[in-house]
Ligand binder design. Structure first.
Ligand SMILES: Cc1cc2nc3c(=O)[nH]c(=O)nc-3n(C[C@H](O)[C@H](O)[C@H](O)COP(=O)(O)O)c2cc1C
Length: 246
């Protein structure tokens, strides 16, 4: 199926894309198989990627800051440092909604704080994802877009298991984001996670930062096997190379 270009913002006819989404929504993980297929079959598919970066203590951040630095100059990728733009939490809702409309894939990049997003990212959700814009009978503006959380945790992979210190697999901690994406008709992608994110210089951290750039570029260039990427609970650095097409 070939999708037509759209002169407005995204590359494809939104009407065509949204019709497909509404007809074929799969309720559980927000995995919209036909949307994925549409992207896969559109030969010229190139996504505009928006990265919303939220870290309130960047002086103390080692890993997230390095991740943001690594991807901020990639063509076709817009990096927004939410805490730099909104130190007083006074989010410009119209501007942020327009940013969402202008992009096809939305990455939420943040350190896990108290099993959740940092406060400003929650404020962003509360204010920007308005009824009538993101959800509700007349609020379908985000349908067909992708939502990918990119999260670092202090806890280890073992901690994030039923028998580990945090009692639950990591995926359960992003359920609110997942269901938010589903409500908005977005495709929720398994979170790209770095556990034990404590040392910037560790090989794991360096590999993660490098894989992050590969992941973001592949998403932008439609070089990621989205069907395969959707299958796991989380996405880790070693898997990224295996998910590259061609
Ligand atoms: C206020 C605060 C709350 C945190 N809560 C959690 C948590 O709930 N689970 C966890 O695994 N790590 C937690 N951490 C550790 C951070 O997730 C970790 O330090 C961060 O991901 C490392 O990335 P950075 O170097 O960019 O700051 C917390 C850290 C802080 C400062």
């Amino acid at each position: 199926m070939a999708l037509q270009r759209d002169s407005e913002s995204t590359r494809f006819s939104k009407k065509q894309f949204q019709t497909k989404v509404s007809e074929d929504r799969l309720p559980h993980y927000g995995l919209l198989e036909d949307v994925v297929t549409c992207w896969a079959e559109a030969e010229t598919a190139v996504m505009k990627v928006l990265v919303l970066f939220a870290h309130p203590a960047q002086r103390k951040s080692s890993i997230n800051l390095a991740m943001a630095e690594r991807i901020k100059r990639l063509d076709g990728v817009t990096l927004v440092d939410l805490y730099a733009d909104y130190p007083r939490f006074n989010i410009d809702v119209d501007k942020e909604q327009q940013r969402l409309l202008d992009h096809d894939a939305i990455i939420l990049q943040f350190p896990l704080f108290w099993y959740s997003t940092p406060a400003l990212l929650k404020q962003w959700q509360d204010l920007v994802l308005e009824y009538g814009f993101a959800y509700g009978p007349a609020g379908r503006r985000l349908e067909g877009k992708f939502l990918l959380p990119c999260v670092t945790t202090g806890g280890s992979g073992t901690d994030y298991s039923v028998h580990g210190g945090n009692n639950h697999p990591f995926r359960e901690f992003v359920l609110p984001l997942q269901q938010t994406a589903v409500l908005c008709g977005m495709t929720f992608m398994p979170p790209f996670v770095l556990h034990s994110a404590n040392h910037l210089d560790s090989p794991a951290s360096q590999e993660h930062i490098s894989s992050y750039a590969t992941l973001v570029s592949a998403l932008r260039d439609d070089k990621l096997d989205l069907q395969a990427a959707m299958k796991g609970d989380i996405l880790e650095r070693h898997a990224v190379a295996e998910l590259l097409k061609g």
